[in-house]
Ligand binder design. Sequence first.
Ligand code: XBP
Ligand code: MG
Length: 259
Amino acid sequence: MYGFQAIIFDVDGTLADTERDGHRMAFNAAFAEAGLDWDWDVERYGRLLAVTGGKERIRRFMQESGVSLDPALDPDVFVAGLHRAKTRHYLALLETGAIPLRPGVLRLLREAREAGVRLAIATTTTPENVTGLLEHCGTPGVVDWFEVIAAGDVVPNKKPAPDIFFLVLEQMGLSAPDCVAVEDSDNGARSAAAAGLNALLITESTYTRGQDFGPATLVVDRLGDPGEPARAIKGDLGGAPFVDLSVLDRLHRWAYPRP
Ligand code: XBP
Ligand code: MG
């Protein structure tokens, strides 16, 4: 028996390291297809990741670079079209199975299911990207393991705003202390914390290594697996070789002390 009822997972960087060789490549493919000479190299993309959401990221780039559009074009329509193309390229990339789930993700999901712990997703990315990733890079049926998948534009404000976590809690009929959140970024940590999710695990990813992660009490390099141990960067794993439900329960207990 654990002190929490559900785990809420982020997607990008958390379930899979999708940004550098996934989303970034898809943005560049969409730019090239549209005849634009924009190219987001690894470093520039890292800076643009401060802005969550693909459409928002394109807009920020256009502002920063002083791009002036043909006045006949509606900027929102232009960005939306470009972003649809990016999603198409990203889904095609996922179909190749090029982006694996991170070590320990499937193991932890299976352990949770067996223990009756409920599963949900709270992410900034487009919904099709979540199902595409899980279907092509996970295992058959894994999409259905999640009771709620809250993604993209379904809330007014993306992370670091708490909106997407509030939506998950509402749809599951749970409150923040019932849950553990798993994130990989400072924006994600701020979003979860603003929703009152104090039991927060950070698994650092390619672009988020060394970020601040605000109030997170446990930061690891990965969930880890037997033979592929996790390393604690902040806090400790209590001697466990990888993150399992007991580690999450310990984390939950720190956040919400029980008698
Ligand atoms: C992920 C994102 C997403 C992806 C792109 O943040 O910021 O925007 O980079 O997805 P998080 P879309 O992991 O904190 O949810 O292009 O579909 O928006
Ligand atoms: Mg993330």
